[in-house]
Design a protein around this ligand. Structure first.
Ligand SMILES: [Zn+2]
Length: 321
């Protein structure tokens, strides 16, 4: 049962995030930190190996705003065996004997494995990044943290993952066998004149692709982020489909086997355009550009994607009128 106001569909605006060492101001490292499909997939794999067949001893909530459900209660998890850890879009799902702990890490959330967790429950604190601690029967456990001040991390305890609204409304997963080129064609036709960038990262349309990977796979497909969805010809459709499978598949393959602590660095080091405004495109050497898009901004390479022409910043030109 959901708490009033609980919703898995809110994807917050960019928060300030934790302090970063001083660096080239043209780069925006904070944009590269949101876990998307490949990182959540790798997290699920990593946690499956650590949690499977262990029992949950206790669940401590330090940030009450993170918990979006009240029935079943947290105490129902105590003593349950973890059967599996999976992913739905960007949601992480710990299946504990038929109860599900579902986590949406949002913009600044992360999961940290600990070989030994303190036995004393954590004190709720607005200064600590700790949101939830799951203690296992051998005193190992995991800390779910959220950096920054914008609290959008969400945890749900449900009997069925589909009880989480953000999961119930997810579009198809782009890495499953069911996601064929015909499925993508239907989606793009249905979305009509909407810009392809927005279509790709809308969770109800396709699950798991966010701001970073939509930039990356459009760059791989050499396609303008503002191209209308239904305007793709057959060749462009094939190129985009291949880019989705390759960019996401490669990211998952690279992340597989990496511990949670290494995942974010891995993601950043392989991005071609996202978060790289002002830096050279690794394919052609042109300067990566940025325009505002919806609630944030996108990055692209003019030579690779827009015939050498920089995209007009529509928000800016609207303000200037
Ligand atoms: Zn380029």
């Amino acid at each position: 049962m959901l708490r009033p106001g609980g919703s898995g569909k809110r994807f917050g605006k960019p928060g300030p995030g934790p302090a970063q060492p001083a660096r080239d101001p043209r780069t925006r490292p904070r944009l590269a930190r949101v876990p998307e499909l490949p990182e959540v997939e790798a997290l699920a794999l990593d946690l499956r190996g650590r949690l499977q067949d262990r029992a949950i001893a206790q669940v401590h909530v330090a940030a009450f705003s993170a918990l979006k459900t009240f029935d079943p209660p947290l105490s129902a998890l105590e003593g349950t065996l973890v059967d599996d850890v999976t992913r739905h879009g960007k949601f992480l799902d710990i299946d504990a004997s038929g109860l599900h702990v579902v986590l949406h890490l949002a913009r600044a959330g992360w999961v940290r494995w600990r070989d030994e967790v303190p036995t004393i429950p954590p004190k709720p604190s607005t200064k600590s990044p700790l949101a939830v601690r799951i203690v296992l029967d051998d005193q190992s456990g995991l800390d779910v943290t959220e950096a920054g001040t914008r609290k959008s991390l969400a945890m749900y305890v449900v009997r069925d993952p589909a009880d989480v609204p953000g999961i119930a409304s997810l579009g198809p997963d782009p890495l499953t066998d069911d996601f064929t080129i015909d499925v993508l064609r239907e989606i793009l036709q249905r979305e009509g004149r909407k810009q392809i960038k927005g279509v790709l990262r809308h969770q109800g349309t396709i699950a798991g692709i966010g701001n970073a990977y939509s930039d990356e796979l459009l760059h791989a497909a050499r396609m303008s982020p503002f191209k209308p969805a239904s305007s793709l010809d057959d060749e462009e459709l094939q190129t985009l489909y291949d880019a989705i499978r390759t960019v996401l598949g490669d990211a998952v393959a690279r992340s597989r086997g990496l511990a949670a602590s290494e995942l974010k660095g891995e993601k950043k080091s392989h991005l071609a355009v996202h978060g790289r405004t002002g830096l050279p495109c690794p394919v052609c050497g042109d300067t990566v550009r940025e325009v505002s898009f919806a609630d944030s901004s996108l990055q692209y390479c003019p030579t690779c994607q827009t015939g050498g022409k920089p995209l007009a910043d529509r928000r800016m030109s609207r303000l200037l009128k």
